[in-house]
Design a protein. Structure first.
Length: 55
């Protein structure tokens, strides 16, 4: 049982690391001036809980 719990925790850590990397990549792309011209105020940040990523 302890092995299963450790595996689950490791998978959660990998998931959160991938979410963090994805967030950094999106921020880097959106920081480019060409994207700033294409986005409006309605394109603001989405609700984090709506995409299935919880605390």
């Amino acid at each position: 049982m302890a092995h299963a719990e450790t595996s689950m925790l490791a998978l959660h850590l990998v998931q959160f690391a991938l979410v963090h990397v994805n967030t950094l990549m999106v921020q880097q792309v959106l920081a480019e001036p060409s994207w700033a011209k294409k986005l409006s105020d309605e394109d603001g940040p989405a609700d984090r809980t709506a995409c299935g990523i919880g605390p």
